[in-house]
Design a protein around this ligand. Structure first.
Ligand code: FES
Length: 377
């Protein structure tokens, strides 16, 4: 048996006392989990340690905690692996972030996580006549949404979401990934309504800042940020949804900016996002940004010449990439969840192409026209 030390953050809000750290020595083999360690400490040393768990097999999602500062499932993290990343060999275990602590390692999932899941109407709303028997769904569409269906609602992505730290009302990675589960399902008849709602919400799909934390945090490979980007692409490219948050125009401005300059030319980005330098919508935004602009000029981060003229022109390589993308008649989404195609595996079904590094690139439901998305398919 090896000895490990767990440093657990203790906190009981109702006592009024400040949180504190407490060390517990456990003797367990390295292949046993951090959850086993916590349960041993609870059993042998202090029965009052608060921890939520159920399946102990990375299925129920209830044992989410932060181990050495990173969110993970306590039942799915080996003690020896956790000790490798621990400072001074002491494994720190603390509650997940962005959610209020109920006691020690238990957070209030209802207050944040479940409320946001409810916000995205997490059920199918098929329209049209119900088929006599079951709905038939193209296999590639199911491959596409299977990634989001793998979510076990542990809240690890919510815990590490930087946007949610700044804006607690942000719908968040878990709930938006759940939204894609239904937006991407060809049986759902409310794709446009769902997307418009999520685009118009100031805390919706355009509130994500691409920090990638949720992708790294997810123990099931759901890649919530990728699902948010898919929602944006469908809202943007398939439905042309112009939202009041200016997310749609801002994204297009980015694309145009790089196409024109090769590098991001920030001086153009803001006015372009609002329709051009002299567009009435851009004027109040530019006025609001004036203090930042003056500071940048003062610190010589930008010069009036560079701001007004375009010092860069897109190199040929960039132009070639744009030409290649513009020439594509249909948009394909890479579904990175289905990986590791074996040499002797059968050819992929029609409509599923093999992507880079052996991953399958599926023609996602995002590429379907509304007519193709009939629930009777
Ligand atoms: Fe169920 Fe860890 S106890 S996921």
């Amino acid at each position: 048996m090896a000895d490990y030390t767990l440093r657990i953050r203790r906190y009981s809000p109702e006592t009024g006392a400040a949180p504190y750290w407490e060390n517990f020595d456990v003797d367990l083999d390295g292949h046993r989990s951090v959850l086993d360690g916590i349960l041993q400490a609870k059993d042998r040393t202090d029965g009052s340690i608060g921890i939520r768990c159920s399946c102990r097999a990375a299925i129920c999602g209830s044992c989410g905690v932060r181990i050495n500062g990173r969110p993970n499932l306590a039942c799915h993290t080996h003690l020896d692996k956790a000790a490798e990343t621990a400072t001074d060999g002491i494994i720190t275990v603390e509650p997940m972030g962005n959610m209020p602590v109920v006691k020690d390692l238990i957070v209030d999932m209802d207050a944040v996580h479940w409320k946001k899941i409810q916000r995205v109407t997490p059920w199918l709303i098929p329209d049209g006549e119900q088929p006599e028997r079951e709905y038939i769904v193209p296999p590639e569409s199911m491959i596409d949404v299977t990634q989001t269906m793998a979510c076990i609602q542990c809240g690890a992505c919510v815990s590490d979401c930087l946007s949610m730290e700044v804006d607690p009302l942000f719908i968040g990675p878990a709930a938006l990934a759940k939204a894609y589960r239904f937006v991407g399902d060809p049986r759902d008849g409310q794709q446009y309504e769902r997307l418009r709602n999520l685009a118009e919400d100031p805390h919706g799909i355009y509130d994500c800042t691409h920090c990638f934390n949720c992708i790294e945090a997810c123990p099931k490979g759901v890649a919530p940020m990728s699902q948010i980007m898919r929602l944006r692409r469908i809202a943007n490219s398939d439905h042309d949804i112009e939202d009041r948050n200016n997310g749609h125009r801002h994204e297009r401005a980015f694309v145009k900016n790089i196409e024109r300059n090769g590098l991001l030319h920030e001086a153009d980005l803001l006015p372009d996002s609002y329709g051009g330098k002299f567009h009435p919508r851009a004027v109040p935004e530019l006025a609001r940004g004036l203090p930042a602009i003056l500071k940048a000029l003062q610190r010589r981060k930008v010069t009036p010449g560079k701001a007004l003229l375009h010092p860069h022109k897109a190199p040929d390589d960039v132009k070639r990439i744009y030409k290649h993308v513009h020439e594509k008649r249909e948009r394909f989404e890479l579904n990175l969840y289905v990986v590791g195609k074996e040499e002797d595996e059968a050819e992929p079904p029609q409509g599923v192409a093999v992507g880079h590094e052996g991953t399958e690139a599926s023609a996602s439901s995002a590429g379907h026209t509304p007519a193709e998305r009939s629930p009777n398919r």
